[in-house]
Design a protein around this ligand. Structure first.
Ligand code: ADP
Ligand code: MG
Length: 604
């Protein structure tokens, strides 16, 4: 084949692949354009998860009538003139690629009017070609209507996720910008329903409450400006106190010079700042803004513009880590706050007190629950008679069981074990007829809780306990929408939760197994699993039970008494699959006597 230049249409379709990955990328590019145009209000509306329709409206500067068509040409931009300008970019856009890319994979209607124009201009572009143009009346600003995204790219269309997932990506993007730009009034509407609306009053705290909801919003600590006042790298934003944490890094958001960026190193700087303050495998909530001279950061790294390079990455790392650490240390509770309150008898504590206490301590007081079983309602304790578990494999539909592994009975059951002690506040060391057993306390407890809950669920007998006082829980926008979809399933699992409007829920009852947990944290963890991918197809309820048990199980780092360890080991012996946790990882490492003999070089 001979070499030839690609037609403009083909070239822009290829370029579009990098810029427009999914509906949320369209929202991102259009909203960034609105911000660059100096808009004070930005409205985003979608249908069908953005596939059917995305509309972004602003009251910014507008596009002059003579330039509307030009805006859709590749490499057409008003934000950059010379290569020199690339050294200090002050706008979010600069590549002149977004409109061309979006228009090449959808049908776009652009309507815009500048302040000094009498009439606005409307242009329709389909698959990259201008279809018509008209003069129309409209207020100052720009509206971009994007329909039938990827109608001409079947490959891309196939890879889109469920509508809900695409909506989540849009929510995650827009809520971040609403936080970073409190002076701008954002509104987000999916399928006619308003999900988010910020006032644009400029009050960052207010935006925080709008986006994260009351519970989380109020708990976050502002990073004081005084920490980095006179420095070249200024750090601002909000971070969680050590008592508030999440199961993944998804709640860490970074803005550099007004641009949302994804940067592994800075994310790590934030996590590092919490060193020794959080339970293992838990992550802070952080919204951190970094402001620095434009020439010290290169934003021209990737077409999607979410990666940056710093001239002095170490300095930025240190500035972020120090500012976050100083903010958090100011609030860090004394080390003893992490110990379980064992001196106070549990019967004095009302459920709501217990919830408050759990929330304050930030840790699950499970050890106390194990230590003082008699004080708790029977089904909530680890000493409760186990449900009829031996029947479990017979009565359980295939789909809710962990993948079947052909295994001899001798392998899948546990012999009676004698507890020797706890190591690294993580592992229970026990002895059995065939050597030494190292038991992961968290994984083992997860297994125990999981089988109890699955068995109770299959029998339709999950015990539910009303809270003394119904508790309101408010969740960030995206999670709230997802949680609402989960409510019927949660109901069958013993939750009584009602939507209460504006991302708020009323919790009336919890499964008895979970009454020691703070409802807010629990629901936040459940709703945070929105994007969880499971290799095997399982029922929603079963996935929820796994998520719940992960949250409810005793954590690494918790000191267990001998009695607690013995009870846990006995409970594990009772399970149908004692050797793996519900996520498939091992609960036990066994070292046989033969192995010991061999390793010590004895002949036996
Ligand atoms: P870039 O943002 O990199 O310049 P785009 O393709 O996103 O490239 O936009 C091309 C040009 O169209 C912009 O430079 C700007 O002049 C104009 N434009 C796009 N959206 C808007 C808007 N909402 N308001 C005003 N002008 C806009
Ligand atoms: Mg742009």
């Amino acid at each position: 084949m001979t070499i030839r230049l690609l037609a403009e249409e083909v070239a822009s379709r290829i370029a579009a692949g990098e810029v427009v990955e999914r509906p949320a990328s369209v929202v991102k590019e259009l909203v960034e354009n609105s911000l660059d145009a100096g808009a004070a209000s930005v409205t985003v509306e979608t249908r069908g998860g953005g596939r059917e329709m995305i509309r972004v409206q602003d009251n910014g500067a507008g596009i002059p009538a003579a330039e509307v068509e030009l805006a859709f040409r590749r490499h057409a931009t008003s934000k950059l003139e010379t290569a020199n300008d690339l050294e200090h970019i002050a706008t979010l856009g600069f590549r002149g690629e977004a409109l061309a890319s979006i228009a090449s994979v959808s049908r776009v209607t652009c309507t815009s009017r500048c302040a000094d124009e009498k009439m606005g201009t409307q242009v329709r572009v389909e698959g990259g070609s201008i279809v018509w143009r008209a003069a129309v009346g409209r207020p100052q600003g720009t509206e971009l209507l994007v329909e039938d995204l990827f109608y001409n790219v079947p490959a891309r269309r196939k890879f889109l996720q469920a509508e809900r997932t695409e909506r989540n990506h849009i929510d995650a993007f827009l809520t971040r910008y609403a936080l970073a730009y409190p002076c701008i009034a954002f509104s987000l509407v999916h399928d006619g329903r308003e999900i988010l609306s910020t006032s644009g009053s400029g009050n960052a705290q207010e935006a925080l409450l709008n986006v994260y909801g009351m519970d989380l919003g109020i708990s976050l600590l502002p990073i004081p400006a005084s920490l980095t006042n006179a420095q070249a790298v200024q750090v601002g934003g909000f971070v969680s106190p050590p008592s508030v944490h999440r199961a993944n890094r998804g709640y860490i958001t970074l803005f550099v010079n007004g641009r949302w960026v994804q940067d592994l190193r800075l994310t790590y700087a934030i996590i590092q700042a919490y060193h020794t303050l959080l339970p293992t495998k838990r992550f802070p909530v952080a919204f951190v803004t970094v402001t620095m001279p434009a020439e010290d950061v290169d934003v021209n790294v990737h077409p999607a513009k979410t990666e940056v390079r710093f001239r002095d990455g170490d300095a930025v790392f240190r500035a972020v880590q120090r500012a976050v650490r100083a903010t958090v240390m100011d609030e860090a509770p004394a080390a003893t706050a992490w110990q379980m309150p064992t001196s106070q008898p549990a019967e004095d504590i009302s459920p709501s007190d217990r919830i408050t206490r759990a929330r304050l301590a930030g840790l699950t007081p499970l050890a106390r629950q194990i230590a003082l079983p008699s004080a708790e309602p029977p089904a909530a304790t680890m000493s409760a008679a186990p449900p009829v578990l031996p029947n479990l494999p017979l009565t359980t539909p295939e789909s809710v069981l962990p993948p079947a592994e052909p295994r001899s009975a001798a392998l899948s059951t546990l012999p009676p074990l004698r507890v020797i002690g706890q190591a690294s506040t993580m592992v229970i060391i026990a002895e059995g007829p065939d050597g030494i057993y190292l038991i992961d306390q968290h994984a083992a407890h997860e297994r125990v809780l999981y089988e109890r809950m699955v068995s109770a669920w299959l029998q339709g007998k999950i015990a539910s306990q009303p809270l003394l006082e119904a508790e309101t829980v408010s969740l960030p926008v995206a999670e709230a929408a997802y949680l609402e979809e989960l409510l019927p399933a949660l109901h069958t699992l013993g939750f009584s939760v009602e939507p209460f409007g504006a991302g708020t829920f009323l919790v009336r009852a919890l499964p008895t197994l979970l009454t020691h947990l703070a409802p807010g944290d629990l629901l936040a963890d459940i709703a945070a699993g929105a994007d969880e991918q499971s290799p095997i197809h399982t029922e929603l309820e079963e996935r929820l039970i796994r998520r719940i048990c992960k949250r409810a199980a005793v954590k690494a780092g918790q000191v267990l008494s001998r009695e607690e360890m013995e009870r846990l080991v006995r409970d594990l012996e009772q399970t149908a699959n004692p050797r793996t946790c519900p996520h498939g990882r091992p609960t036990i490492i066994q070292i046989s006597v033969e192995q010991l003999i061999r390793q010590f070089g004895r002949s036996g």
